[in-house]
Ligand binder design. Structure first.
Ligand code: FE2
Length: 66
């Protein structure tokens, strides 16, 4: 949850940032948080069978998510 919140916060800050260089840093940091989130989701997939079931059901499938 904290990684997902960090993605959102960095994104909001980058959206409101007028300084081009700082905006690039914030976007870089946002992308790093996506890496962290993905690593933790993979840990959940490997260690929580119910989570793995839901990931298999929804990730990489075509069509409506709902
Ligand atoms: Fe992080």
């Amino acid at each position: 949850m904290e990684e997902l919140q960090a993605i959102d916060w960095y994104g909001q800050r980058a959206d409101d940032c007028a300084d081009t260089e700082l905006k690039a840093v914030l976007i870089h940091n946002k992308d790093d948080e996506m890496e962290h989130a993905a690593m933790l989701i993979e840990w959940l997939r490997r260690n929580v069978p119910e989570f793995a079931t839901q990931l298999t059901k929804f990730l990489g499938v075509d069509g409506s998510i709902a």
